[in-house]
Ligand binder design. Structure first.
Ligand code: MLT
Length: 408
């Protein structure tokens, strides 16, 4: 008899964004004339940078020609892209990351979900609340949690992010082995200072723990004093893995390209306390289970680092950040408390009511889709997340509708 992985039965009904999409589709079916504005899932809406498109086209043409055709590429990514990443994203900011410490992939979601395979079943995991659901669900699937009781999985250490700590969690009171951090944060849009991040790096060094640092939203940082990479913090290379993505920084959500940095000295331990380098373990996993991102996509990603590509990607970010500002201004005018939006495409708003109720109210009365904070964890209840990824016109319209509903 074939039996299932029963840990899947502990998961909540469906993945948050599928759940929301179903609710919106049902609403649309019952209200076919209603014009819905989506500020829910953080999916980009604008075309790729022209430089990326040009490189994409050229690479497709190369694939049509026997002399320049590419079959399987290196699983870790082509050297041209790994070099461009190392130089532009790290070395230019004083972070000493080498090209061969970069693993190109098809998404930070996949990488943050897959990385937990490297660790043993009985580690103690610290996970923020609210949190990007992938970190949590993949550990549930792997059997590292107990059952879901009172809005939380047993066996995890939750790191509360609330107004009281400015949405930057405090260090855990107990010993933990694996720590998930994401800054600028999804969902709250909060940021972490270098001094605060250093306390986490110091904690990890002291406790022989590992930090999984999701920096998918670093391109939205406007305040130059904030760290874009955890490797800007001294000592982080031994204790941190970082995830990055071209999805939000260059509009690649539908194109798929991301990368994970595993520094060569980053280590974890076996049950006898012997040190093992995670670079070789991740390399082994990557080569066994992944066959690389397509050549044209990697050429398109490389072009994001050309002079024109950089300017075009910056223009994309600036565009979305204007939306962020419009949302912040509306909340200021309405007197709603919020965080985020200043260095992030997400605005986390205290809705002053149950977050699914707020979600339904916005959908029904304004035709605006947001993400209910409760979907990201217990601490998210009462909050909603608004995403800045849409056109200026739609965001303006959404803010007008929202103002009408919330000031009625
Ligand atoms: C989000 O809305 O939180 C993100 O778009 C999800 C993702 O990047 O996978």
């Amino acid at each position: 008899m074939i039996t299932i992985n029963e840990h899947y039965l502990k998961l909540q009904a469906s993945y948050l964004f599928s759940d929301i999409a179903k609710r919106v589709a049902a609403f649309q079916k019952n209200n076919p004339d209603k014009d819905i504005i989506k500020l829910g899932i953080g999916d980009v809406t604008r075309g790729l940078p022209a430089a990326a498109i040009k490189a994409f086209h050229n690479a497709v043409d190369e694939m049509a020609n026997d002399a320049t055709f590419k079959g399987y590429g290196p699983e870790q990514g082509y050297d041209f892209l790994r070099q461009a990443i190392a130089i532009n994203d790290f070395q230019s900011r004083g972070a000493d990351i080498a090209a061969d410490e970069i693993f190109v992939s098809d998404g930070a979601k996949c990488d943050t979900g897959n990385i937990q395979e490297l660790f043993s079943q009985d580690i103690k995991i610290a996970i923020p609340d609210p949190v990007y659901p992938v970190y949590l669900d993949t550990n549930v699937m792997a059997g590292r949690t107990g059952t879901f009781t009172d809005g939380r999985y047993q066996g995890l250490v939750y790191l509360d992010s609330t107004r009281a700590n400015n949405f930057v969690p405090a260090l855990p009171a107990e010993d933990v082995d694996l720590i998930y951090l994401c800054f600028p944060n999804n969902p709250t849009g909060s940021t972490i200072s270098k001094a605060e991040l250093k306390t986490w790096v110091d904690y990890a060094r002291e406790h022989k723990a590992l930090i999984l640092f999701d920096a998918a939203y670093e391109a939205f940082i406007r305040d130059e004093s904030l760290p874009k990479s955890i490797y800007e913090i001294e000592g982080a290379k031994e204790v941190a893995i970082e995830f990055r993505s071209f999805s939000k920084s260059a509009g690649f959500t539908g194109t798929r390209c991301a990368y994970t940095v595993v520094p060569k000295q980053c280590a974890a331990y076996d049950s006898s306390g012997n040190r093992h380098f995670l670079h070789s373990l991740w390399n082994r996993r990557h080569c066994t289970k992944f066959n690389g991102v397509s050549y044209p996509v990697q050429r398109a990603a490389e072009a994001v680092y050309s002079e024109e590509g950089k300017a075009q990607a910056k223009a994309l970010i600036d565009y979305y950040m204007e939306n962020s500002m419009a949302v912040c201004n509306t909340m200021d005018t309405l007197g709603y408390d919020y965080v985020g939006g200043k260095n992030s495409p997400y605005i986390w708003i205290d809705g002053r009511m149950d977050s699914w109720q707020f979600f339904d109210m916005l959908l029904n009365k304004a035709g605006v889709v947001c993400t209910p904070g409760a979907g990201f964890g217990k601490c998210g209840n009462g909050y909603i997340r608004i995403s800045a990824f849409n056109s200026h016109e739609k965001v303006q319209e959404a803010m007008q509708r929202l103002t009408k509903v919330l000031s009625a």
